[in-house]
Design a protein around this ligand. Structure first.
Ligand code: BDR
Ligand code: CA
Length: 339
């Protein structure tokens, strides 16, 4: 679909300092084809107050203090931290004091509106025009749907980085053998969202694992001729030490970074570059080793005459984006950040 005006988007994310949510946010803010209505941090990769400070400082550095930051939930709906949670990645609900962040604390304040109220208000004021780019646990989005169910049919698209679909290639988990981080942090929220009937595009680990950000991309992004020197500086500060590490062979770039949350921004911009399939998708919320695991299927049971498997009669169909034109995507990412 050709759009004549920028797409209105809300970035719901567990942003840190120069993590994938953060660079995806820069990608969205620098794209002339997107109008970022606001950023709604949610606990996930980090504790909420840390994330909020990172979002505000990023906006200051980019000169985009016009974008409101509306913090949301500081913990998942039900998932409590335990021994395993303390050992694996994710500092959600640790409630650490935020006395410093790498670029220095921001001097601007968050918007007083609560994330869910801001999301609903934005959709109600712009019916059919607002897309949510969800890059963290789905707590904010699930509560928005519960509190304001009238927004569900009014969302343009809900583009979600989350889950891993084992019936498609590259579909194993990354935080447990079967679960992907965002869905595992708040499986109940993911289930509410996936079952809501909203127009969902799911970008699971399957597509993220196709991506590579290599030395050649880093060199372009940080080149002297960049039209966005402040962005080049951010990337230099964060990635240069990694790419310059003596063990990295510059001739054959073994070091690369996956682009995860950047995928949802790219989908909002160039959906035609993605391979998609309609699938029933759902999330396991039963405590135990499969907690937070997602699954998806297209086919009905063999010779059953049924349209869908009977075990999950509440699941809905989502568009699952499981592959991408890699060079085009990385090219767009780099050019948006440099031109
Ligand atoms: C997701 O988990 C987070 O750590 C990343 O930011 C991304 O959203 C990948 O599983
Ligand atoms: Ca994220």
């Amino acid at each position: 679909m050709h759009r004549t005006r920028p797409r209105k988007v809300i970035l719901d994310c567990d942003i840190g300092w120069m993590n994938d949510d953060c660079t995806a946010t820069i990608f969205a803010l620098k794209s002339p084809e997107l109008q970022v209505l606001g950023i709604t941090p949610v606990a996930g990769n980090f504790d909420l107050n840390w994330e909020t400070a990172c979002a505000l400082r990023l906006l200051e550095i980019l000169g985009r203090e016009d974008v409101p930051v509306c913090p949301g939930f500081d913990r998942p709906l039900l998932h409590e931290r335990g021994d395993y949670e303390d050992q694996v990645w994710g500092e959600w609900a640790t409630f650490k004091p935020v006395d410093s962040i790498p670029p220095g604390l921001p001097s601007i304040e968050p918007d007083p509106r609560y994330a869910c109220d801001f999301i609903a208000q934005s959709i109600l004021e712009n019916p059919g025009e607002v897309s949510i780019l969800a890059m963290g646990p789905l707590t904010n989005v699930a509560v928005t749907i519960r509190k304001y169910p009238q927004v569900v049919p009014l969302v343009d698209e809900l583009i979600v980085m989350g889950g891993a679909v084992a019936t498609l290639p590259r579909g194993h988990g990354n935080i447990t053998p079967m679960a992907e981080f965002n869905f595992w942090v708040d499986p109940e929220a993911a289930r509410i969202v996936l079952r809501s009937g909203a127009p969902i595009v799911l970008c699971p680990l399957n597509v993220c694992r196709r991506t590579r950000f290599e030395r050649q991309h880093f060199d372009r992004l940080t080149s002297a001729g960049s039209a966005h020197p402040e962005v080049a500086e951010l990337f230099r500060g964060y990635l240069q030490p990694h790419f310059d590490h003596p063990e990295v062979d510059k001739e054959s770039p073994r070091l690369f970074y996956g682009l995860y949350d950047q995928i949802v921004v790219a989908y909002a911009l160039r959906p035609a570059w993605f391979t998609t399939v309609l699938m029933n998708v759902d999330v396991n919320v039963t405590p135990g080793p499969e907690y937070g695991a997602s699954y998806g299927y297209t086919n009905a049971p063999y010779q059953s005459g049924l349209d869908q498997w009977p075990l999950d009669d509440g699941s809905q169909v989502a568009k699952v984006a499981h592959d991408v034109e890699l060079e085009a995507f990385v090219g767009l990412y780099v050019s948006t950040l440099t031109e």
